[in-house]
Ligand binder design. Structure first.
Ligand code: BTN
Length: 246
């Protein structure tokens, strides 16, 4: 299917792939257009942030969007990519919010994960935005250790929802979001992010590559860093995992 919209330019559908992000990277060697979406019913080796596995049983929505933003900053786009997901879920009546950097939660339970990867191919900078949403996933089919902290649209709404309906709304929201990001810049989107980020105002512990940092989450900087007040010292964190918040 070809569309006039930037996203989706077209949708490449697969029954099963290892990872839609990996499939998207493979496609970069071909003549591929910005806005192409790679979609799979299942992933045999779905990936999360920091090389973690992303369990991908049937009933989930697993897709990657291929983009070539002028700003070569996958990190800021990654942070902000939770916004169209939250807008979509709110459209379904689900009170979703963001856990820094881009987990989408409903009352503390994770409903969606996002993995953005920046890659150069033939001198073009691509960002692959991988999104996994638990639509009607049977939560008992997820690894035991995350069953209690995960949720799905089905659980939150008390009824089945079609993956296609969620995909269609999410791609429309992502298209609008990306038009703002590329046209007007990130400033407005950062304001929206701050309003939806449940991490702000909390005492947090962040695991970075080097150490654990604790403090109060006070802001998101214009460049997209989480700003902490750590014992009176201002710290900006660009990369890390939130391991505790209260
Ligand atoms: C995370 O929360 O750690 C990120 C999870 C991202 C999962 C999605 S599913 C579609 C795309 N393909 C992958 O292998 N990962 C992302």
């Amino acid at each position: 299917m070809q569309s006039k919209r930037m996203i989706p330019k077209n949708i490449l559908r697969f029954d099963v792939v290892d990872s839609t992000n990996d499939k998207a990277k493979e496609l970069l060697d071909r003549d591929i257009q910005e806005g192409t979406v790679v979609l799979a019913d299942r992933q045999a080796a779905g990936r999360g942030r920091y090389g973690r596995a992303w369990a991908s049983p049937p009933g989930g929505l697993y897709f990657s969007i291929l983009l070539t933003p002028k700003e070569r900053n996958a990190q800021l786009l990654s942070l902000l990519s939770g916004l169209p997901v939250v807008r979509t879920l709110r459209g379904f009546g689900i009170e979703a919010s963001l856990k820094w950097p881009n987990d989408v939660l409903v009352q503390g339970r994770k409903i969606c994960g996002i993995l953005c990867e920046g890659v150069y191919r033939h001198d073009v900078y691509w960002v692959i935005v991988g999104i996994g949403v638990n639509v009607t996933v049977d939560l008992r089919r997820l690894p035991q250790e995350i069953q209690e902290t995960a949720t799905s649209l089905k659980r939150e709404m008390g009824k089945n929802v079609e993956n296609e309906a969620v995909l269609s709304d999410l791609l429309r929201e992502y298209n609008d979001f990306y038009a703002t990001y590329t046209g007007r810049g990130a400033e407005h989107l950062l304001t929206e992010y701050r309003g939806l980020c449940a991490t702000l105002g909390k005492a947090v512990v962040i695991q970075t590559a080097k150490s654990k940092i604790s403090g109060s989450a006070i802001d998101i900087s214009p460049a997209g860093a989480l700003v902490l007040d750590s014992g009176g010292k201002r710290m900006e964190i660009f990369e890390g995992t939130l391991i505790r918040s209260a």
